[in-house]
Design a protein around this ligand. Structure first.
Ligand SMILES: [Zn+2]
Length: 184
Protein backbone atom coordinates (compact mmCIF):
# COMPACT_ATOMS: atom_id res chain seq x y z
CA UNK A 1 0.00 0.00 0.00
CA UNK A 2 1.38 3.38 -0.92
CA UNK A 3 -1.20 5.85 0.39
CA UNK A 4 -4.38 6.27 2.42
CA UNK A 5 -6.87 9.02 1.82
CA UNK A 6 -10.10 9.82 3.59
CA UNK A 7 -12.72 11.83 1.75
CA UNK A 8 -16.24 10.41 1.66
CA UNK A 9 -14.78 7.07 2.74
CA UNK A 10 -11.28 5.69 3.41
CA UNK A 11 -9.32 4.80 0.27
CA UNK A 12 -6.22 2.58 0.38
CA UNK A 13 -4.07 3.06 -2.70
CA UNK A 14 -2.06 -0.02 -3.73
CA UNK A 15 1.11 -0.33 -5.79
CA UNK A 16 -0.32 -3.37 -7.58
CA UNK A 17 -3.68 -4.83 -8.62
CA UNK A 18 -6.46 -4.83 -6.01
CA UNK A 19 -7.29 -8.28 -4.53
CA UNK A 20 -10.66 -9.80 -5.52
CA UNK A 21 -13.69 -8.39 -3.68
CA UNK A 22 -14.24 -10.17 -0.38
CA UNK A 23 -10.56 -11.00 0.16
CA UNK A 24 -9.61 -10.74 3.82
CA UNK A 25 -6.70 -8.33 4.29
CA UNK A 26 -4.82 -7.08 7.30
CA UNK A 27 -3.65 -3.49 7.62
CA UNK A 28 -0.50 -2.52 9.45
CA UNK A 29 0.79 0.95 10.23
CA UNK A 30 4.27 1.83 8.99
CA UNK A 31 5.31 2.76 12.52
CA UNK A 32 8.55 4.59 11.64
CA UNK A 33 6.66 6.85 9.24
CA UNK A 34 3.78 7.37 11.67
CA UNK A 35 6.09 8.19 14.58
CA UNK A 36 8.01 10.69 12.44
CA UNK A 37 4.77 12.38 11.37
CA UNK A 38 3.62 12.57 15.03
CA UNK A 39 6.87 14.31 15.99
CA UNK A 40 6.87 16.68 13.01
CA UNK A 41 3.19 17.49 13.44
CA UNK A 42 3.67 18.36 17.12
CA UNK A 43 6.73 20.46 16.21
CA UNK A 44 4.60 22.31 13.66
CA UNK A 45 2.18 23.31 16.44
CA UNK A 46 5.14 24.61 18.47
CA UNK A 47 6.52 26.53 15.49
CA UNK A 48 3.13 28.09 14.69
CA UNK A 49 2.72 29.17 18.31
CA UNK A 50 6.26 30.61 18.53
CA UNK A 51 5.87 32.55 15.26
CA UNK A 52 2.57 33.99 16.48
CA UNK A 53 3.97 34.90 19.91
CA UNK A 54 7.27 36.37 18.80
CA UNK A 55 6.35 37.94 15.46
CA UNK A 56 2.54 38.02 15.26
CA UNK A 57 3.03 35.80 12.18
CA UNK A 58 0.04 33.61 11.43
CA UNK A 59 0.50 30.16 9.87
CA UNK A 60 -1.13 29.83 6.46
CA UNK A 61 0.13 26.41 5.36
CA UNK A 62 2.45 23.55 6.11
CA UNK A 63 3.82 20.34 4.65
CA UNK A 64 5.19 17.45 6.72
CA UNK A 65 7.50 14.64 5.61
CA UNK A 66 9.15 11.85 7.57
CA UNK A 67 12.50 13.66 7.66
CA UNK A 68 11.71 17.38 7.33
CA UNK A 69 8.86 19.88 7.35
CA UNK A 70 8.07 23.37 6.18
CA UNK A 71 5.59 25.99 7.25
CA UNK A 72 4.34 29.14 5.54
CA UNK A 73 3.60 32.21 7.67
CA UNK A 74 2.37 35.72 7.01
CA UNK A 75 5.53 37.76 7.55
CA UNK A 76 7.72 39.96 5.32
CA UNK A 77 11.12 38.38 6.02
CA UNK A 78 12.77 36.46 8.87
CA UNK A 79 16.39 37.38 9.58
CA UNK A 80 19.05 34.86 10.65
CA UNK A 81 18.67 36.20 14.21
CA UNK A 82 14.89 35.67 14.01
CA UNK A 83 15.40 32.05 12.93
CA UNK A 84 17.94 31.45 15.70
CA UNK A 85 15.44 32.77 18.24
CA UNK A 86 12.70 30.53 16.81
CA UNK A 87 14.99 27.50 17.03
CA UNK A 88 15.90 28.34 20.65
CA UNK A 89 12.27 28.80 21.67
CA UNK A 90 11.24 25.52 20.06
CA UNK A 91 14.07 23.65 21.80
CA UNK A 92 13.07 25.29 25.11
CA UNK A 93 9.54 23.95 24.65
CA UNK A 94 10.92 20.47 23.92
CA UNK A 95 13.14 20.68 27.04
CA UNK A 96 10.14 21.75 29.15
CA UNK A 97 8.52 18.37 28.36
CA UNK A 98 5.01 19.83 28.09
CA UNK A 99 2.05 17.42 27.95
CA UNK A 100 0.12 17.22 24.67
CA UNK A 101 -3.55 16.34 25.17
CA UNK A 102 -6.63 16.05 22.95
CA UNK A 103 -10.35 16.40 23.60
CA UNK A 104 -13.46 17.41 21.72
CA UNK A 105 -15.34 20.69 21.92
CA UNK A 106 -18.61 21.76 20.33
CA UNK A 107 -18.27 24.20 17.47
CA UNK A 108 -20.16 26.84 19.45
CA UNK A 109 -17.76 26.53 22.40
CA UNK A 110 -14.79 26.55 20.06
CA UNK A 111 -16.04 29.70 18.35
CA UNK A 112 -16.39 31.36 21.75
CA UNK A 113 -13.13 30.16 23.28
CA UNK A 114 -10.48 29.43 20.67
CA UNK A 115 -7.95 32.00 19.49
CA UNK A 116 -8.94 32.75 15.89
CA UNK A 117 -5.30 33.55 15.09
CA UNK A 118 -4.51 29.89 15.79
CA UNK A 119 -7.60 28.17 14.38
CA UNK A 120 -9.60 29.45 11.43
CA UNK A 121 -12.96 28.05 12.49
CA UNK A 122 -14.60 30.20 9.81
CA UNK A 123 -12.86 28.05 7.16
CA UNK A 124 -14.38 24.77 8.42
CA UNK A 125 -17.39 23.37 6.55
CA UNK A 126 -20.76 24.08 8.21
CA UNK A 127 -21.29 20.32 8.60
CA UNK A 128 -18.58 20.16 11.29
CA UNK A 129 -20.37 20.45 14.64
CA UNK A 130 -17.63 19.13 16.91
CA UNK A 131 -13.93 19.94 16.90
CA UNK A 132 -10.96 17.95 18.13
CA UNK A 133 -8.73 20.18 20.20
CA UNK A 134 -5.00 19.65 20.61
CA UNK A 135 -3.64 21.36 23.69
CA UNK A 136 0.02 21.79 24.66
CA UNK A 137 1.08 22.62 28.22
CA UNK A 138 -0.63 23.04 31.60
CA UNK A 139 -4.42 22.51 31.16
CA UNK A 140 -5.07 25.46 33.51
CA UNK A 141 -2.94 27.75 31.38
CA UNK A 142 -2.18 26.05 28.06
CA UNK A 143 0.73 27.28 25.97
CA UNK A 144 -1.17 26.47 22.77
CA UNK A 145 -4.62 25.23 21.85
CA UNK A 146 -5.82 24.59 18.30
CA UNK A 147 -8.32 22.45 16.45
CA UNK A 148 -6.49 19.62 14.67
CA UNK A 149 -7.34 16.11 13.49
CA UNK A 150 -3.74 14.96 13.08
CA UNK A 151 -1.55 12.57 15.05
CA UNK A 152 0.83 13.98 17.69
CA UNK A 153 3.24 12.79 20.36
CA UNK A 154 1.97 12.97 23.95
CA UNK A 155 4.78 15.09 25.32
CA UNK A 156 6.93 17.75 23.66
CA UNK A 157 10.03 15.91 24.95
CA UNK A 158 9.28 13.26 22.30
CA UNK A 159 9.64 15.80 19.48
CA UNK A 160 13.47 15.73 19.67
CA UNK A 161 15.99 18.48 18.98
CA UNK A 162 14.82 21.08 16.47
CA UNK A 163 17.04 22.60 13.77
CA UNK A 164 15.67 25.43 11.64
CA UNK A 165 17.30 24.62 8.30
CA UNK A 166 16.31 27.63 6.23
CA UNK A 167 13.77 30.06 4.91
CA UNK A 168 12.54 31.26 1.52
CA UNK A 169 10.12 33.96 0.55
CA UNK A 170 6.85 32.91 -1.01
CA UNK A 171 6.15 36.46 -2.17
CA UNK A 172 3.37 38.72 -0.96
CA UNK A 173 4.67 38.88 2.63
CA UNK A 174 4.71 35.11 2.98
CA UNK A 175 7.71 33.34 4.43
CA UNK A 176 8.46 29.62 4.33
CA UNK A 177 10.42 28.23 7.30
CA UNK A 178 12.05 24.80 6.97
CA UNK A 179 13.07 22.61 9.89
CA UNK A 180 14.30 19.14 10.75
CA UNK A 181 14.20 17.04 13.93
CA UNK A 182 16.77 14.77 15.51
CA UNK A 183 15.37 11.61 17.10
CA UNK A 184 14.97 12.14 20.90
ZN1 LIG B 1 -1.90 18.87 14.70
Amino acid sequence: MVDVEKTDTVYHRLDGAAPPAGTRVRGRIDWDRRAAHMRYHTAQHLLSAVLLEEFGARTVGNQLYADRARLDAEYPKFSDADLALVEDRMNDLVAEALPVTTYTMTRADAEAELDTQRTRIDLLPDSIAELRIVEIGDPDDPFDRTACAGTHVRNTADVGAVTVTGRTTQGGDRERVEFALAAP
